[in-house]
Ligand binder design. Structure first.
Ligand code: OXD
Ligand code: MN
Length: 597
């Protein structure tokens, strides 16, 4: 029987460019051996066995959690490190005030000093991967070189990894180069550097999440946002979800929320009991690549093939789909463990932790059992709500783009932008209380335009211009909305039940796109009147609903002034159109502000 010819060729011989780069890196880092990943299940299992033997990976109870493993990262290495993340462009202004900057020459020098000889005694893994369906014209490929087998396992779950990706690279002749070493995990020697002009990444000193799985934030957002600007599309920090009504009509919505604001929950939403016949399909939970289609609509693919989700809070009530998804073949990072070797985290109603995320006997006085940013890594295909279009090469058409943030006050439950340009302003004005996904203080409001503050690979001013340009190319652009599930009353209680009930808000959003839902025009955009939103059976006090749908002009005036001051930081490059839009927004809100005195 004939064997497919490409399987006769060794991986190392498939792409001369990749091999040359691997040689160059090996000369610098001096690994003991080089291993080219083919992405097979056998390879995954063999690496797993190796890590288990080294006690780096701990099998969990295989009866209750088949194929599930526990990994503990270094206790100083538990989140993204924005203060150590750099965008290294030739001109400082191209990185913009939104990024830390170093000149490429200096950054390469600094990083190469760290990488010199750092893989002695280690294996260098070559990880070819494809972000997006392997046969999609919208997908882009990369190769990560890493000395962490844990990273390889994660990359296998999170991307289309291995031989098919390398074959595509050999065909395309183009790939993003991502060089990664855990180094000595010393936080003083930890840097994540991006070179968008060279389509390359160098990351040293961390083995965790977005710092180390270079396909995710580094490639699919920071480098891809740069590529997207050059090529006329958008790389965004957005989930993609399909909402099917009882008539079988599906609308796709892409939503940008800052880290740990419930993106995974919304992407996997379970319709509430009162929404019998509705279905929700997950296309992606973190990143969307959005391309103008030939028909003038915007189409989205999810560049990832897995979820790297926050574990604490996940249970059968908050996110049944995620809960079911992570019952098997999942890598848990930094969760606690019960006496019978099951994973445990805060928010899990059953079981009791005996060991905490650092492997110490659990002592509640010393903090939570699971780290607040502990994660699951799992293949997206395991999600019971996995969309049948998740692998569609041309993506899904987007009806609405939704921005959101975590705001105790100010932002109403939902509002619609007046048009695309106004929507760009709404996105640019996103602010949110910080969470544990990044190191630093939790609960502080910070500006996070389009939820891309940590992820835009270039100057935000140019990014907003690009957004405006993309909108101008679309004959039928998606409508743009803003939501806030986190509004609280004076006593600090959430006013909106959230989770599955958010479908009621998505329904209004979709009906607005179809032109079949009512709204009232306010100074900040279109809001539903209480009667436009389905709140039947929620038991919401009328005062709570009123509060959720109120626009306080005084507060908004202050907010717009704050947005104005922030936008000013971008100086000359700030698009005039955005400035003009803000001036109008301020005028509208002033017109409704009662005169002082
Ligand atoms: C993530 C993040 O991990 O946004 O998705 O921090
Ligand atoms: Mn994210």
């Amino acid at each position: 029987m004939a064997t497919a010819p490409q399987h006769l060729s060794t991986l190392a011989s498939l792409s001369r460019e990749v091999s040359a780069w691997v040689d160059e890196v090996a000369t610098l880092t001096l690994p003991d051996s080089i291993y080219w990943c083919d992405g097979s299940d056998a390879e995954f299992q063999s690496l797993e066995r190796k890590l288990i033997a080294a006690k780096e990976l701990l099998p969990l109870d295989q009866q209750t959690h088949p194929g599930c493993m526990l990994y503990r990262s270094d206790p100083t290495d538990v989140a993204r490190v924005e203060h150590l993340t750099f965008v290294c462009t030739k001109q400082r202004e191209d990185a913009g005030p939104n990024n830390h900057w170093l000149s490429p020459a200096q950054a390469h020098r600094q990083m190469d000093d760290l990488f010199r000889g750092c893989m002695r005694g280690r294996t260098l893994y070559v990880v070819p991967y494809c972000m997006g369906p392997i046969d999609s014209p919208y997908s882009r490929c990369g190769v990560e070189i890493t000395d962490s087998a844990y990273v390889v396992l994660n990359m296998k779950l999170m991307t289309r990894m291995g031989r098919p990706a390398l074959e595509r690279i050999a065909r395309d002749g183009k790939f993003v180069k991502g060089l990664h070493s855990t180094g000595d995990l010393n936080p003083e020697r930890r840097f994540i550097m991006h070179f968008p002009e060279e389509l390359s990444i160098k990351s040293f000193g961390s083995g965790y999440g977005g710092n180390a799985l270079l396909g995710k934030k580094c490639h699919a957002l920071r480098i891809a946002s740069w590529q997207a600007r050059t090529e006329g599309w958008l790389a965004e920090h957005m989930l993609i979800v399909g909402i099917e009504n009882p008539q079988g009509e599906v609308h796709y919505v892409a939503c940008a929320f800052p880290s740990a604001c419930g993106k995974t929950n919304l992407a996997m939403l379970i319709p509430p009991a009162s929404y019998a016949g509705w279905k929700v399909w997950t296309v992606g939970d973190d990143i969307a690549w959005l391309h103008p289609g030939k028909d003038g609509r915007l189409y989205a693919i999810n560049p990832e093939s897995g979820y790297f989700g926050v574990v604490p809070g996940t249970n059968a009530k908050t996110n049944r789909n995620a809960f079911d998804t992570i019952r098997k073949d999942t890598i848990f990072t930094n969760v606690g463990v019960t006496a019978d070797n099951q994973p445990w985290w805060e928010g899990l109603p059953e079981g009791e932790p005996v060991v905490d995320w650092q492997g110490q006997p659990y002592d509640p006085s010393k903090g939570p059992a699971a780290h607040p940013n502990s994660r699951f890594t799992v293949a997206a295909k395991q999600n019971p709500a996995y969309s049948k279009l998740a692998d569609a090469p041309n993506g899904v058409p987007i009806s609405a783009l939704v921005f959101g943030g975590r705001r105790r006050t100010l932002a109403p439950l939902v509002y619609q932008a007046r048009n695309w340009l106004h929507g760009v302003l709404v996105g640019a004005g996103v602010a949110s209380e910080t969470t544990a996904a990044a190191t630093g203080a939790v609960g502080v409001v910070r500006r996070d335009p389009m939820a891309m503050k940590p992820f835009a690979g270039y100057n935000f001013a140019d990014y907003w211009s690009h957004w405006i340009n993309v909108g101008a190319k679309l004959k039928s652009p998606p409508q743009i909305f803003h939501v806030n599930w986190f509004r609280q009353d004076q006593g600090g209680k959430f006013l909106w039940p959230g989770f599955g009930e958010n479908l009621r808000v998505l329904r209004w959003i979709i009906d607005r796109c179809k032109g079949s839902a009512g709204a009232q025009e306010t100074a900040i955009g279109y809001l539903p009147a209480a009667s436009d939103l389905d709140t039947q059976g929620l038991g919401l006090a009328p005062a709570a609903l009123e509060e959720l749908l109120t626009v306080d002009p005084g507060l908004w005036k202050t907010e717009f002034e704050g947005i104005g001051a922030y936008l000013e930081e971008f100086g000359e490059r700030l698009p005039q159109a955005l400035k003009g839009e803000l001036a109008q927004a301020l005028r509208r809100v002033q017109a409704t502000t009662p005169a002082a005195g």
